[in-house]
Design a protein around this ligand. Structure first.
Ligand code: 5RP
Length: 261
């Protein structure tokens, strides 16, 4: 199976399967959305079925909820779970400060709520998602449908005063707008380079009509980076440590206990 995957998908799968080993019996876990997160959900499903691992999962989208249920994972709402031990999710970009762009799959609103309601967030990504500076990936901003054009105009005015390289804004889906699980639209901000993501993240959420932007600041604790040959890097923000593991570690037992806490 693995040999049929592209190098990028092999990298995503390796990161995802390795990160799934962080999940311990009895944990309440947030499940991310996207192709990398799907590999993680599949591995978690295997562990649940094969070892009887007991987990309570809160999905970050309808897609992930459907998949988790198919995998035999116990799914509850965030309200039912109350608080989570861990969230594992993908990202569109991550920088050296562990800041992220998310929302390429249109789920960043629920993803941010779930991640911030967790003790820890682990990001899983192929190495190409690592950037020196955020912004090449268009920044998703979820907006209320009512008056979305006015919101777009206000966002354009806001960007005039921001340290960014590009300022184009497009409605995701164009003539057939993409609608999020919460019934909103997404405006993609083509910024090319974001000089000060922390300032921008705060400013965007002040605009009437904006529900949430895809900048994740000070949320991610660990990035598990996968490579096409199956190698893994585990970068821990709190300790500053980087652990590299050979290809076969991705499906093996947890050798990562030293980074916990
Ligand atoms: C969805 C997300 C995803 O995590 C992000 O788009 C990465 O997706 P993929 O794992 O498919 O590359 O933020 O809203």
């Amino acid at each position: 199976m693995t040999t049929e995957l592209s190098p990028i998908d092999r990298a995503k799968r390796a990161a995802a399967r390795r990160a799934a080993e962080f999940i311990e019996d009895g944990m309440r876990v947030g499940l991310g959305t996207g192709s990398t997160a799907a590999f993680m959900v599949a591995r978690l499903g295997e562990r649940v079925r094969e070892t009887g691992l007991r987990v309570t999962a809160v999905p970050t989208s309808n897609r992930t909820a459907a998949m988790a249920k198919e995998e035999g994972i116990r799914v509850v709402t965030l309200e039912e779970a109350g608080w989570l031990d861990l969230t594992i999710d993908g990202a569109d970009e991550f920088d050296p400060d562990f800041a992220l762009i998310k929302g390429g799959g249109g789920a960043h609103l629920q993803e941010k709520i779930v991640a911030t309601a967790s003790d820890r967030m682990i990001v899983i990504a192929d190495a190409a998602k690592g950037v020196a500076q955020l912004g090449a990936f268009p920044l998703p901003v979820e907006v209320i449908r009512f008056g979305w054009q006015a919101t777009q105009r206000l966002l354009a005015e806001l960007l005039e005063g921001q340290d960014v390289l590009g300022r184009e804004i497009t409605l995701r889906g164009g003539d057939k707008p993409f609608v999020t699980d919460e019934g909103n639209f997404i405006l993609d901000l083509h910024l090319k380079r974001i000089g000060n993501p922390g300032t921008l993240a705060l400013a965007l959420n002040q605009v009437p009509g904006v529900v949430e932007n895809g900048l994740f600041m000070d949320i991610c604790d660990v990035v598990v980076v996968g490579h096409g040959d199956g190698r893994i890097e585990i970068r821990d923000r709190n300790s500053g440590r980087v652990i590299t593991e050979p290809a076969d570690a991705a499906t093996g037992d947890n050798a990562f206990s030293g980074l916990k806490g």
